[in-house]
Design a protein around this ligand. Structure first.
Ligand code: NAD
Length: 248
């Protein structure tokens, strides 16, 4: 029996990077997958084909996770297509890094809205489904910098710290209904998001990592499988760091 057999997972911002890696692992463990991202591009379509190769149902939806109304409509559409939602991974995220002295209101608002408001939007819409089912697992993609802070990332760190407060509060609110809510705090993971960092910044990051390497999206995806599955049935309100020991 596969770990996620018979479950349906919604993963936001999953056309590439960590979200796509989670979609692949979940599908390989038997879950049906609803992928959401800003647009359904060629990469998203290719991912859906790959997921179907695992013998599961998969579909991509164009949706701006930071838009409340759109999120509500997409979750209804996903319910029409799949009939259930057992796992929600709030993964969509962006960076607009700069020192506070140079940060514009637009850069602050964009990061807080995409990274944090999106989590409110999707969790609120999906919890209605999970409350009826009296079961579910919510996985929020935070970051080590939401715990440690990072110069040049005050907007991003604030959004990721906000996700941790949200995770712990929601875990307390709906734990009695059989719904768990946890966060993952990845460290330096090699994706398009980190590929835009200058080489010297990359080297400095790697030097701070006890395991002396950047993480792979699959490293995060393995933890996301644990949190979605019954292996973690007594784990809620927690933040699991997947960072090669960076934050210890
Ligand atoms: P990525 O940039 O490769 O992928 C992010 C995805 O989110 C993209 O497909 C993008 O189109 C989508 N997205 C952006 N805005 C969206 C919106 N408004 N609505 C829907 N989708 C949207 O990034 P990644 O490295 O795969 O990061 C995934 C998550 O992990 C993010 O929340 C990020 O903050 C977090 N994270 C990443 C790292 C890292 O080192 N890469 C570390 C810690 C946390």
């Amino acid at each position: 029996m596969k770990l996620l057999e018979g479950k349906t997972a919604v993963i936001t911002g999953a056309a590439r990077g960590i979200g796509a890696a989670i979609a692949r692992k979940y599908a390989s463990e038997g879950a049906n997958i609803a992928v959401t991202d800003l647009v359904v591009n060629e990469a998203a379509e290719a991912l859906i084909k790959e997921l179907e190769g695992y013998g599961v149902k998969a579909k991509a939806y164009a949706s701006d996770a930071s838009n409340f109304q759109q999120t509500d409509e997409i979750v209804k559409e996903i319910m029409n297509d799949f009939g259930q939602i057992d796992v929600l991974v709030n993964n969509a995220g962006i960076t607009k890094d700069t020192l506070l002295m140079r940060m514009t209101e637009e850069q602050w608002d964009a990061v807080i809205t995409v990274n944090l408001k999106s989590v409110f939007n999707f969790t609120k819409a999906v919890q209605t489904v999970m409350l009826k089912q009296r079961s579910g697992s919510i996985v929020n993609m935070s970051s080590v910098v939401g715990v440690s802070g990072n110069a040049g990332q005050s907007n991003y760190s604030a959004s990721k710290a906000g996700m941790i407060g949200f995770t712990k509060s929601v875990a307390k609110e709906i734990g009695s209904r059989g719904i768990r809510c946890n966060a993952i705090a990845p460290g330096y993971i090699e994706t398009d998001m980190t590929a835009k960092l200058p080489e010297d910044v990359r080297k400095t990051w790697i030097q701070q990592i006890p395991l002396r390497r950047g993480g792979k999206p699959e490293d995060v995806a393995n933890t996301a499988v644990f949190l979605a599955s019954d292996l973690s049935s007594y784990v809620t309100g927690q933040v699991i760091h997947v960072c090669g020991g960076m934050n210890t």
